[in-house]
Write a protein that binds this ligand. Structure first.
Ligand code: CA
Length: 242
């Protein structure tokens, strides 16, 4: 195969879904390594996670489930983009997966076209994250937090220094670079996740909620640094903040 667009680790135990995804991903130019259970996926990631440009991860899996894989792999491969496939429509599962370090999620049954859009975005982001690793940008401020792209950390409003994922960093950077401008969810998806979605996704909202935990003190009753603009999206305002 010549010039693959990227290598995707597909973790899915349902044969019909796995076959469909493998076929379609390969048709779109990706190289696919399909694992049918959690343990063999985890083994492949432990052996060399850098061989993959992205992971498509089912949550309900034999041996090790998707949550367990996320929790174990995130500290080892912090820049690897991970899209979660969730059969559950429970919001708490999606939030839990994103909290554990997933970059995005799709609920089954999904539209194949939508999933391919996201897969392309995910791989582009993975490649971007590797490239930007070589040329880290300057530290910047968002609300009361100090972000440091070079060390992948943020010094939070509460004074703690925590490691963050490339998706969180990129989202923070996007707000910092667009001060006072209202950014729609779709615009944020395009800039940060590298796809624009025809369907509803709460991914952006969950990530904004995560950023707010860094940018605002928990006790603060005032407006958060990243404000919600009803029906439009979000806007970052540094005014009024120290
Ligand atoms: Ca499953």
């Amino acid at each position: 195969m010549s010039a693959s667009k990227g290598k995707v680790l597909l973790v899915e135990d349902e044969p019909a879904i796995g076959e469909t995804l493998q076929f379609n991903l390969e048709s779109e130019g990706f190289e696919v390594d399909w694992k049918r259970d959690g343990l063999s996926a985890f083994d492949a990631l432990c052996q060399d996670s850098s061989q993959f440009d992205a992971v498509i991860l089912d949550l309900m899996l034999p041996h090790l489930n998707g949550f367990e894989i996320l929790a174990r792999i995130r500290p080892l491969a912090e820049r690897l983009p991970i899209l979660v496939l969730s059969a559950r429509s429970l919001d708490s599962d999606k939030v839990k997966a994103l909290e554990l370090g997933a970059d995005d999620y799709v609920t089954k049954p999904f539209s194949l076209q939508e999933l391919m859009l996201r897969a392309h975005g995910l791989v582009r982001r993975g490649q971007w994250a590797r490239a930007s690793q070589r040329k880290p940008t300057d530290d910047f401020r968002l609300g009361s937090a100090e972000f440091s792209p070079a060390s992948h950390t943020v010094k939070t409003a509460a004074g703690e220094t925590v490691k963050i994922t490339p998706t969180e960093m990129l989202l923070a950077q996007t707000f910092a670079q667009n001060e006072e401008r209202v950014l729609s969810r779709n615009e944020l998806l395009e800039q940060v996740w590298q796809y624009s979605s025809g369907t509803e996704t709460r991914t952006v909202d969950v990530f904004v909620a995560k950023l707010r935990r860094y940018t605002d003190k928990p006790s603060e009753q005032s407006t958060p640094a990243i404000e919600t603009v009803r029906g439009l999206g979000y806007v970052y305002k540094s005014s009024g903040k120290k």
